[in-house]
Design a protein around this ligand. Structure first.
Ligand code: NDP
Length: 272
């Protein structure tokens, strides 16, 4: 169903994954992950902060798809940053997920004064073969530049808030230039743009739902996308985005909705 992008270390990452923030630990998250994998998803995005890693792990064990075909992401939370702390947090996440390795491990937010030590821990986990790829989340250009001054390994992914109200043009260009794969969180604006006239017009033009148009817009920008849903019909709908393309003029129409508007926290003013 989905293609992959190739990260700068050669690891393949699906363009589409299931986000599970706010999917409840236990039955809800297990059902959502199983439904998604059965519908063809191969990538799941969780975090220790979502408190549902055990459920994700249970679902992964329960499906027929072999482990090596799946791509599991988790993240180190702010309170656990620092070198030793991150190694311990990783082990905790790995146990909850009950996996031998994680496909992608991310620094959840750029905690000032700590993220460089956290990154050294990620580099160790990578060298030890416990993670296939390492990356960051919510990093602005200046965070990336700062990190790369001392990093041995360049992040493979940067997962940030990205949707037509926050098009992140400079960050996207910078990451493309540096070969860092951008990944979109809150790609559906949790529905905030579903009634927008441009989105509705394009939805009619392409015979696709507003959600599908918005997710396709991510792909047209070369951005990996991880819509969240615990609803079977929507999980299936959100994956049905590989049989059409948006014309360049329509991509630009959506770009023009940009207001530099964050629906989530600002990485430069976050209360860590
Ligand atoms: P999304 O933009 O993915 O929106 C999710 C919401 O939209 C849910 O309420 C869902 O409802 C609803 N929805 C999903 N599909 C459809 C559809 N086709 N039609 C109508 N409604 C729909 O928001 P998220 O904040 O969850 O972002 C996605 C993922 O990104 C997260 O789950 C998480 O994995 C990641 N993330 C990462 C962050 C970071 O700091 N790194 C921060 C925030 C998110 P329902 O589930 O009830 O179906």
């Amino acid at each position: 169903m989905s293609d992959d992008t190739t990260l700068h270390n050669g690891v393949k990452m699906p363009w589409l994954g299931l986000g599970v923030y706010k999917a409840e630990e236990g039955n809800e998250v297990e059902r959502a992950v199983k439904t998604a994998i059965e519908a063809g998803y191969r990538s799941i995005d969780t975090a220790s902060f979502y408190f549902n890693e055990s459920g994700v792990g249970n679902a992964v064990k329960d499906v027929e798809v072999p482990r090596e075909e799946l791509f599991i992401t988790t993240k180190v939370w702010n309170d656990d940053q620092g070198y030793e702390e991150t190694l311990a947090a990783f082990e905790e996440s790995r146990k909850k997920l009950d996996l031998d390795y994680i496909d992608l491990y991310l620094i959840h937010w750029p905690v000032a004064g700590k993220f460089k030590d956290t990154w050294r821990a990620l580099e160790k986990l990578y060298k030890d073969g416990l993670v296939k790829a390492i990356g960051v989340s919510n990093f602005q250009i200046h965070h990336l530049k700062d990190l790369m001054e001392t990093a041995e390994i360049k992040p493979m992914v940067n997962q940030v808030e990205f949707h037509p109200l926050l098009t992140q043009k400079e960050l996207l260009n910078y990451c493309k230039q540096e070969n860092i794969q951008l990944e979109a969180w809150r790609p559906l604006t949790r529905g905030e743009l579903f009634d927008d006239p441009t989105v509705v017009e394009l939805s009619k033009k392409y015979g696709k739902s507003p959600a599908q148009v918005m997710l396709r817009w991510n792909l047209e920008h070369g951005v990996v996308t991880i819509p969240k849903s615990v609803t079977e019909k929507r999980i299936v709908e959100n994956a049905d985005i590989f049989d059409f393309e948006l014309e360049q003029a329509d991509v630009e129409k959506l770009d023009q909705l940009n207001q530099n508007k964050r629906l989530g926290p600002d990485p430069d003013n976050f209360d860590f």
